[in-house]
Every structure is written in structure tokens, then in C-alpha cells.
Write a protein that binds this ligand. Structure first.
Ligand SMILES: Cc1cc2nc3c(=O)[nH]c(=O)nc-3n(C[C@H](O)[C@H](O)[C@H](O)COP(=O)(O)O)c2cc1C
Length: 177
């Protein structure tokens, strides 16, 4: 089964996950900034992108270049929100169509923030979101922690969190045998 991991990453977290997944599958990973190879040669395609303002970035690219291939497709999205947060849980329902939800295996992974790689406006926006979470009336302990975390760079990515993705791909492969 020939696989490929294609990713969109601005500050490196999605790229790091893409490389871990490619390493586990022993396949190639490429950025969407590179020229796409002929995807008809692959049996399964893993696509990863970051989350910006509640949206999975580059879904248009995913819909144009990857979905029409009708391959086994896995989508993973990387954001700063903790995995048990309601926003992370609702991410795919909010971003994908009913048909996509039924055909694409989707996984959310927590990345982090890398202030040194953000531009001026992105830095300002992140600080604003962090401060507004801290100042929110009746903020939960979780929101306070998150607000504080968002004011500095941090990395919550972990190699172990790709396990469900690899497991799902292996199960799909077994079912096809
Ligand atoms: C302008 C901006 C908006 C963001 N909005 C969200 C968001 O709505 N939800 C979220 O979980 N993370 C959000 N993030 C955080 C990124 O998704 C997070 O830093 C991720 O790890 C970046 O992945 P990358 O390094 O592959 O680009 C935002 C980051 C920026 C810069």
C-alpha cells in the first residue's frame, strides 16, 4: 500500500506531525508548497493542516487536489486548543460537509505556539485571544490556563498522539486484504 503525507504548516507543528506519521508509515511527506506528485500512484493519502480562527486552513486545496482522487483519505488538523476542549471536539463538524464526515477519517492533534515564527498581526491576535480568555467573566480553570499559555511560545505536540491515526490506517489496510 503506497501512502503519502501532504501538509500545510506555517510554524512547524503540522510539519512535525506529518513527518512522524510518514516515518511510521515509511512513506514520503511533502508540503503543499512543493509540486504534487501524480497522486493516482498512491493508495492512501494523509493530509494535515493547521487551524486558524476556528477553520481548518487549506481545505480548498484538500477538496480540489485530494478528495477527487477517491483514495483512502485521512485528514488531521493541528491547533493550539487542548484535545478535550469542546472547540476541538466540534472542529470537524463545523468544517466538513456531511459527505466528507462520512468518507474521511479525521483526527485533531494539539500543536503549540511559536511566537518567533508569527508575523506582527498574528502575534497581536494571539495575545488578544490569550488576554481575552484570561479576562473573561466566569472563565473556567481550563480557559484561564489556556489564556495564560497563549501569551508565550509552547509546544504540546507529542509523537504518541499519532497512534490513533496509524492504528486507523493499519485497520483500513487489514480490511482491504
Ligand atoms: C492567526 C492565528 C489564529 C489561530 N486560530 C486558532 C484556532 O482557532 N484554534 C486553534 O486551536 N488554534 C489556533 N491557532 C493556533 C495554531 O493552529 C497553532 O499554533 C498550530 O500549532 C500551528 O500549526 P503550524 O505550526 O503547523 O502552522 C491560531 C494561530 C494563529 C497564528
Amino acid at each position: 500500500m503506497k501512502a503519502i503525507v501532504i501538509y500545510n504548516s506555517k510554524t512547524g507543528f503540522t510539519e512535525k506531525y506529518a513527518k512522524w506519521i510518514a516515518e511510521a508509515l515509511q512513506c514520503q511527506s511533502i508540503s503543499i508548497r512543493e509540486k504534487l506528485p501524480d497522486l493516482s500512484e498512491y493508495d492512501r493519502i494523509v493530509f494535515g493542516s493547521n487551524v486558524k480562527a476556528g477553520k481548518i486552513a487549506k481545505l480548498d486545496y484538500f477538496r480540489k487536489n485530494i478528495l477527487p482522487q477517491n483514495k483512502q483519505t485521512v485528514l488531521f488538523a493541528v491547533g493550539v486548543t487542548p484535545t478535550d476542549n469542546p472547540q476541538a471536539k466540534a472542529l470537524f463538524k463545523d468544517n466538513l460537509t456531511e459527505n466528507e464526515l462520512n468518507t474521511v477519517k479525521a483526527f485533531y492533534l494539539q500543536g503549540g505556539i511559536s511566537y518567533e515564527k508569527l508575523n506582527f498581526f498574528e502575534k497581536k491576535l494571539m495575545k488578544m485571544i490569550g488576554n481575552s480568555m484570561l479576562k473573561k467573566e466566569n472563565a473556567t480553570e481550563q480557559e484561564k490556563q489556556m489564556g495564560k499559555a497563549m501569551l508565550t511560545s509552547f509546544d504540546n505536540s507529542s509523537k504518541e498522539s499519532i497512534t490513533p491515526i496509524i492504528k486507523s490506517l493499519r485497520e483500513q489496510e487489514e480490511n482491504l486484504k
